[in-house]
Design a protein around this ligand. Structure first.
Ligand SMILES: *[C@@H]1O[C@H](CO)[C@@H](O)[C@H](O)[C@H]1NC(C)=O
Ligand SMILES: *[C@@H]1O[C@H](CO)[C@@H](O)[C@H](O)[C@H]1NC(C)=O
Ligand SMILES: *[C@@H]1O[C@H](CO)[C@@H](O)[C@H](O)[C@H]1NC(C)=O
Length: 397
């Protein structure tokens, strides 16, 4: 009798306890699950907006959920050594979607390149004039480096040249545009037989490099040339091959190059070829007013900031000179509202493809270059394409 009573009271005690334990346990799990779901929902909404909202971080920190902790960790924007966002996509953030939403398709988007560049590279600072003008000594970034990264030691000869050219901009018609679309035409065989000519001619500013021909290739490369950027060894040598109206834009890679330019501007005969690595043009059939000096800051910025080539105390050295194409793209990032490229990129896997769109030289003719670092440079250009900063019409980058 006494035994049965104690068993029953034990049962009375144990049952509510079991119920309580069950309730406590299941409510705990329930709580955990909702917190995971909540932070997941939060993440999804952030993903769709495409950017990080800092205040959200305090909400997450209070929760115990491990998975939201992990998600939070991987969601902080990460940057590589050069300062570029590591996770790139071409999606437009909401504020830009709103800003450009009302423009019709193909219409020039003011400030687009700068906005996209700043998203993937927050250190970007836009102001940098295309060409040197008589105030160039005030540009502090170029005054401490000799060529190719600056103007040190060349100040007097540049003053002399600029006193003759007298013009330092794109010209009144292009200067007055409130929005400019620019395209840089690389010389790659990838342009061949793609019939991009009429599309290329629609850009406000068409930039060509060195001796890349237009006549006879209009169907693929267009017929408009706003400027031709060149260095002495790359310049067109036959006077009759210069197009009638385009700016002759000079880019110096060594001190000797400015001497050459002075000869071309003042039309005095070049007597020696010493100091050049191949034969150079002896005349440039252009009025001084149609000649410009490219701001060497673009070489400096491309080499040391964007690509991350060896600094070598600011002197030309092994593998630290960007190619002219990348220098031209860097110039456009600072001076155009939208930037496109075509004819860039080599495909090393197809050695029989043409190297240039205008000659029979094959891919396999390209040698490992002493001055350039093609593979590192391509990494940079890929970031611009992946981040939607520039548009690559031939998909070679
Ligand atoms: C776009 O157009 C709508 C309707 O015309 C207008 O309400 C809105 O303010 C415009 N947005 C911008 C960014 O101009
Ligand atoms: C150029 O492209 C067209 C089609 O777009 C093709 O029929 C032709 O064979 C191509 N020519 C060469 C030389 O590749
Ligand atoms: C290019 O850069 C890579 C990585 O920094 C380096 O290993 C290689 O030697 C460089 N090439 C040249 C030609 O300097």
């Amino acid at each position: 009798m006494i035994r049965m009573k104690s068993t029953r009271s034990f049962m009375f005690l144990i049952c509510p306890m079991l119920v309580l334990i069950f309730l406590y346990y299941s409510s705990g799990r329930l709580h955990l699950r909702t917190s995971v779901q909540k932070s997941q929902a939060r993440l999804d909404s952030l993903h769709s907006v495409g950017r990080v909202v800092a205040p959200g971080m305090t909400t997450w920190r209070g929760k115990q959920s491990f998975s939201s902790f992990i998600a939070h960790q991987s969601f902080l924007p990460e940057y590589d050594k050069q300062g570029f966002l590591t996770k790139l996509d071409r999606k437009l953030p909401l504020e830009l979607q709103y800003k450009y939403g009302n423009l019709s398709k193909g219409e020039c988007k003011p400030g687009y390149t700068e906005a996209k560049m700043t998203l993937i590279y927050p250190k970007f600072s836009k102001p940098a004039p295309m060409f040197l003008d008589p105030n160039f000594k005030r540009l502090s970034k170029i005054s401490s480096y000799p060529p190719p990264f600056g103007v040190r030691t060349q100040e007097k000869i540049i003053d002399h040249i600029l006193s003759a050219t007298k013009s330092y901009s794109l010209g009144s018609e292009l200067d007055s545009l409130s929005c400019k679309k620019c395209i840089i035409i690389g010389n790659g065989g990838i342009l061949y037989n793609k019939s991009l000519g009429s599309k290329i001619d629609q850009y406000d500013v068409v930039v060509r490099l060195n001796e890349a021909p237009v006549a006879g290739f209009e169907k693929d490369v267009g017929s408009k040339t706003t400027m031709r950027i060149t260095y002495p060894e790359g310049a067109i040598q036959k006077p009759e091959r210069y197009e009638k109206s385009s700016l002759f834009v000079f880019s110096a890679f060594k001190a000797m190059d400015f001497k050459w330019l002075r000869h071309m501007v003042f039309k005095d005969k070049l007597r020696t070829m010493e100091g050049f690595w191949k034969s150079v043009a002896r005349v440039v059939p252009r009025d001084p007013e149609d000649m410009r000096i490219l701001n060497p800051y673009f070489i400096q910025e491309a080499a040391f900031k964007f690509i991350g080539l060896p600094h070598n105390r600011g002197l030309m050295g092994r593998g630290n000179i960007p190619t002219l194409g990348t220098v031209a793209i860097t110039m456009a990032l600072h001076n155009c509202d939208e930037v496109a490229v075509a004819g860039f990129g080599y495909d090393m896997n197809t050695p029989h493809a043409p190297l240039h769109y205008y000659e029979k030289l094959k891919m396999s003719a390209i040698k490992e270059s002493w001055t350039h670092n093609i593979s590192k440079e391509k990494e940079f250009l890929r970031k611009l394409v992946m981040g939607g900063v520039i548009q690559d019409l031939t998909n070679g980058i």
